[in-house]
Design a protein around this ligand. Sequence first.
Ligand SMILES: *Cc1c(COP(=O)(O)O)cnc(C)c1O
Length: 389
Amino acid sequence: MKDIPSWQFIEDALQQREQQHRLRSLQPVEPVSGGVVVQKGDRHLVNFSSNDYLGLAAHPSLIERSQRFAEQYGTGATASRLISGSFNIHHRLEDKLASMLGREAVLLFNSGFQANSTIIGTLLGRHSLVLTDKLSHNSLLQGARLSRADFQRFDHNDLGHLEELLDRAAEQDRYDRIMIVTESVFSMDGDRADLDEVCRLADRYSAMLFVDDAHALGVWGEQGKGLTYGEHRIDLVLGTFGKAFGSFGAFVACSGEVRDYLVNFCPGFIYTTALPPPVIGALDAAADLVPEMEEERREYHKMITDTRFRLGEMGYNTGSSDTQIIPLITGSEKSALELARHLEQEGFLAQAIRPPTVPKAGARLRISLSAGHTTGQIDRFLNELSNAK
Ligand SMILES: *Cc1c(COP(=O)(O)O)cnc(C)c1O
């Protein structure tokens, strides 16, 4: 008789997570105005966990153009880009972004996860090598694994280690292609990569360079065009629209030829329905607004520096954060959860991030600041954090 399949592993895995204080669950929230969400029906929380860095997700221009595009073009693209879902509005947005970023070409993707997990493997094969930063976003990790290339990770922001790995690869002389993958701003630590040095290494070892600029786009670089802006030694720039652009989707900026290649060979681009018109509308409006928001960015940058400074003064460990993403590293899962719960009681949403999303003993609160936060909200938040010390 055939054994009945055992589902016991599911209960075991969930129980283990629970014991480690690592069990995660979904909490419904309802966004209301000004970066405030309502939880459990009546609890108003100021959101310090969202990636809506410029507060564009509720901007009237994005909403208006999204509505207009829905009325004009419908709610769905109705097919993949290569079939009949490549509307004029998709092409116009790609052209607008390419010219904004000073790149030859841009190709839209439905999400950063989809782009990262499939582009790397489209450009590499079994005889290639991919080198990624140890703290790279999970989507890049998946992409590197799926690529079937040899996959090695260099210690976080340790370009000496990256150079060692490149040296070793050059000596072995057995790879057809080598790709270096890094983020410009790291999603859980809020620190930056030394892109100038990464570019120098990529040049020197003739490696392809892929930089995920998800958290810099809209926030850093000239006119918020990202930390990759103007750096033409970077072959592929990945940007996402779910963060500062206040909507959804992603893009890769690259040469026209690489774009043609991806259109023909990248499964994450080919086998999926194109982004829907209302999303394209929101993005079209965001692309107009983002470069113009210089005044907002200036104040935002000041808010980031001041907040980090004050947290440091209170004795919080903010790691090597240098951006709007500020981790408060507590070490243990339990202490991170307790701090998050305390803040929640006082009216603030700041999620605890636990392993395996971050390394062991690296549990933290991940605070992300938004240009939409008011000084009053920040002051009250910092007061509460000071009380919690
Ligand atoms: C958010 C994020 C992604 C994924 O982008 P989505 O569009 O949300 O799927 C990829 N890379 C980094 C660094 C991110 O922070």
